[in-house]
Design a protein around this ligand. Structure first.
Ligand code: SAH
Length: 253
């Protein structure tokens, strides 16, 4: 996959993102789980306490993964270059999003053209709906319906194992595949879409989230190619009522 994602062993580079982990011990245990499966690209979004002695102790020798972990201020910063983002959730949300199990998620991740990330939530409350909105697919590990919540590091372990197994069986993505839009480019598109929809009074300014979630679902269902995204942005620019108003204004002079 991407050249700048470090990895060792047979598992291709996949970023493991932990959002606001509360217990440093879980960060260490996740690093250990990753290293054992040949993964090394960890991003931490506003961890409560890191670096921390408990993280180092639970890493049990995976200190290199901890040392290389990127600490960022928000989820978008951890995902900018990714063309596939998978969000994990212990419970079914009411979000009408595609849901897959860990095996299917691993298969898609390994077959993806470009960097991919798998996002894990807080120990206490998981990922917020806004964070899950940023993911193309949701991953739910099938569990006892009465007790569906795994320990964070245990969930990371299980997903990393499936990644390793999938890597052994899935073909590499075709090199001639057209470049896909990255998460950063998609966020730019959604901001642009929201601004134009607002300017055109298409979006209810008091309740913009509902409509924007529907757009995210529509455009995220099929991974857009980078060129398709540019096409949509060109159309938005051409249709932007603010630009039209400016053009009309200047022709009056
Ligand atoms: N009460 C929280 C549980 C969080 S468990 C909730 O309902 O979401 C901490 C994290 O571990 C979750 O955010 C998710 O990333 C992962 N996790 C735990 N159990 C999981 C499961 N069954 N499927 C997918 N991810 C799971």
């Amino acid at each position: 996959m991407s050249d700048n994602n470090p990895h060792t062993g047979d598992t291709p580079a996949v970023r493991i993102v932990l959002v606001a982990p509360q217990h440093p011990g879980n960060i260490g245990a996740a690093a250990r789980a990753m290293k054992a499966m040949g993964l090394a690209d960890m991003a931490l979004v506003t961890p409560d306490r890191f670096p921390h002695a408990d993280a180092t102790a639970r890493a049990a020798g995976a200190d290199d993964v901890l040392a290389a972990a990127r600490v960022v201020d928000d989820l978008d910063a951890a995902l900018t270059d990714c063309t596939l983002v998978i969000g994990t959730s212990a419970r079914s949300r009411r979000l009408p999003w595609p849901v897959v199990d860990a095996r299917e998620a691993a298969r898609r991740t390994i077959g993806n053209a470009g960097p991919a990330a798998i996002v894990f939530g807080r120990e206490r409350s998981g990922l917020t709906n806004e964070e899950l909105d940023r993911c193309h697919v949701h991953l739910q590990i099938p569990c006892n319906p009465d007790f569906a919540s795994l320990n964070l590091a245990a969930a990371v372990q299980l997903v990393c194992y499936e990644l390793r197994m999938a890597a052994a069986h899935e073909p590499e993505p075709a090199p001639e595949a057209l470049p896909l839009a990255t998460a950063g480019e998609l966020e730019g598109l959604y901001d642009h879409l929201e601004a134009v929809a607002r300017a055109g009074d298409f979006l209810d300014p008091d309740e913009p989230r509902h409509m924007m979630r529907r757009f995210r679902r529509l455009l995220g269902r099929r991974q857009l190619e980078a060129a398709e995204l540019r096409l949509l942005r060109g159309l938005l620019r051409a249709l932007d009522p603010r630009r039209r108003a400016a053009d009309t204004g200047s022709s009056d002079v």
